[in-house]
Design a protein around this ligand. Structure first.
Ligand code: DC
Length: 221
């Protein structure tokens, strides 16, 4: 039995949480769950039904008619709707454009939380509110942050022309996601602005293995 239970990684878009979660999961030999996939699956169900995604009751009504399942398979998460694999269809422009609106509904968040809590631990999971809402009793909680500028840079590379536009989009997205982005009070916060992916992974692994570090790590920590 792996001693880790549930290990959560939360943080805003492009904070590096899914890359860090994947690398850490690989090292400690645990499956990794990407909670965003269930929001994407709910969005795909709503999109296929051509309903108004701002209408929470309509979204919940179509979700009730389908069986959505996430399998944290070692080779990558697989998502099925009524038994049909849809994993590839979850990262289209259409789903990208609608998923924030779907993820804002409390009823949808409860629906996703229920499915995530039915996955048998141990696992590593990334999302927005895994440590604060879905798994308040997780054994280890991490919250990754980075400034909008650094996150934009990671997204677009060095193309300065796009940088300000992408940083502005990231700020807008943070504002939309503000409610679910509140970190759990007992999460280890890591400011990744001045850290490489390898360095963040090292900080996390030190923590998991019991090396004492301060509660807030990074540029200002
Ligand atoms: O991580 P991702 O890009 O696949 O997430 C897709 C969307 O779902 C994104 O708009 C944020 C939202 N989301 C959320 O609200 N809560 C989570 N735990 C995970 C994702």
């Amino acid at each position: 039995m792996n001693r880790y239970g549930v290990v959560t990684f939360d943080g805003p878009a492009a904070s590096g949480k899914s890359s860090v979660a994947q690398r850490v999961a690989q090292v400690v030999d645990l499956p990794v769950v990407s909670s965003g996939l269930l929001y994407r699956a709910a969005t795909l169900v709503a999109e296929r039904a051509s309903i108004d995604v701002d209408d929470a009751a309509a979204v919940m009504a179509v979700l009730a008619g389908h069986h959505v399942d996430l399998d944290p398979a070692p080779g990558g998460n697989r998502v099925t709707i009524d038994g049909d694999e849809v994993t590839e269809a979850l990262h289209t422009d259409e789903v990208d454009a609608l998923v924030s609106a779907v993820a804002r509904h409390d009823a949808v968040r409860d629906w996703v939380g229920e499915r995530l809590r039915s996955i048998r631990p141990p696992f590593v999971i990334d999302g927005r509110d895994m440590g604060s809402v879905v798994f308040p009793d997780a054994t280890h909680k991490f919250y990754l942050t980075a400034s909008p500028e650094v996150r934009a840079l990671r997204r677009v590379g060095e193309r300065a022309a796009d940088l300000e536009r992408v940083a502005a989009a990231i700020r807008r997205r943070d504002a939309l996601d503000a409610k679910q982005l509140r970190p759990a009070s007992d999460a280890v916060r890591i400011d990744t602005d001045a850290l490489s992916l390898d360095e963040v992974v090292t900080v996390v692994l030190d923590r998991l293995r019991g090396t004492p570090t301060v509660g807030s790590v990074g540029r200002d920590g």
